[in-house]
Design a protein. Structure first.
Length: 333
């Protein structure tokens, strides 16, 4: 066996060894990076009043944080949803344009901004004082306000415990090195094997390259969500399911206003605004059929131009859509 044959078979042996080792490393770490099992909540005590968790966002979450909890990203939509939520909670009123080329206007109410999150405060305390009115256009064009709110939202999300800091993945570097080594081995096998059978060397190079690509996939499997974060995301999914199943008969007169204002912004964040408006229309139709329209009172005064709660939902959706257009114009991420 000459030197060329020795090199060829050495490349094959190296490729096989690395491939077997890489597969073992990949299998072990795939199990490590799998979504951790979240313990089930303790069994309910039937003798105590229980909070129906399916009807609520996860602890520490607001509608404006649904996006970052769901996919880890923050954008203009989160700020717009937060403005709707703040209006529904009594901190702002939102007036629709009176003509097609007009502006959406936000007016700060006199309600004090107590117990608000930092990013919520950044949106209504810095740009407003009580009674002030600003256009949505001018608000999104204000880099100081927007950048401060986005940074504060990221900070507030970081302090929830939903995420864990992640260092740069080493799997990408290891996998990339193996791919490079595999390409070199592949080229070597072809060059030295021109006058002989190059299959062993080529096979070794392919195995090394494939091993590198396999290892690189581990970098994508790494997640930065803590067990608390996984539990919160599961709670978010349960809340989503409850909200999507909301029916007109569930809007009882005594709780209808609270249900409407407490869930509207989340419905917008989930893209359920049409369904949410339809439920309100049905609820009012049912109440009218019973001759008890006056008993189903839902406060939507924060959207002065809307004559019904369903209309307020549709106007809120228009507000968000208009805001996204403006955000794109002003390069708000």
């Amino acid at each position: 066996m000459d030197t060329v044959d020795i090199v060829q078979w050495a490349l094959l042996a190296t490729g096989c060894a690395v491939a077997v080792g890489s597969l073992g490393v990949w299998l072990v770490n795939r199990a490590r990076y799998a979504t951790p099992a979240v313990p089930l909540p303790p069994a309910l005590n039937p003798g105590l009043l229980q909070r129906d968790t399916d009807r609520h966002l996860p602890d520490q979450a607001t509608p404006g944080m649904i996006g970052v909890l769901d996919d880890g990203r923050i954008g203009a939509n989160d700020l717009l949803i937060t403005l709707i939520d703040l209006a529904a909670r009594g901190y702002l009123t939102i007036s629709a344009p009176t003509n097609p080329d007009g502006h959406w206007r936000l007016t700060r109410t006199t309600k004090t901004a107590d117990a608000l999150r930092t990013f919520e405060t950044a949106l209504i305390e810095t740009p407003f004082v009580a009674g002030d009115t600003r256009t949505l256009d001018s608000l999104l064009a204000d880099d100081t306000v927007v950048d401060s709110a986005i940074a504060a939202l990221q900070h507030d999300a970081d302090t929830t415990g939903w995420f864990v800091p992640t260092a740069e993945s080493h799997w990408g570097k290891i996998g990339g090195s193996l791919v490079l080594l595999g390409l070199v081995a592949l080229a070597t096998g072809i060059i030295i094997g021109m006058n002989t059978l190059p299959i062993p060397g080529i096979t070794g190079g392919v195995l090394l390259t494939g091993s590198g690509l396999l290892i690189v996939t581990l970098a994508k499997m790494q997640h930065d969500r803590s067990e608390i974060g996984h539990a919160a995301r599961q709670q978010l999914a349960r809340y989503h399911d409850w909200l999507s199943a909301l029916a007109a008969h569930q809007l009882l007169p005594d709780a209808a206003s609270m249900l409407f204002n407490g869930n509207l912004a989340a419905a917008l964040a989930f893209g359920m605004n049409v369904q949410f408006a339809d439920v309100l229309d049905q609820a009012y139709a049912r109440a009218s059929g019973w001759g008890t329209t006056a008993t189903l009172k839902i406060d939507h005064t924060w959207m002065p131009g809307a004559d019904t709660p369903a209309a307020a939902v549709r106007e809120a959706a228009r507000f968000v859509a208009a805001g996204l257009v403006l955000a794109k114009r002003y390069a708000v991420s």
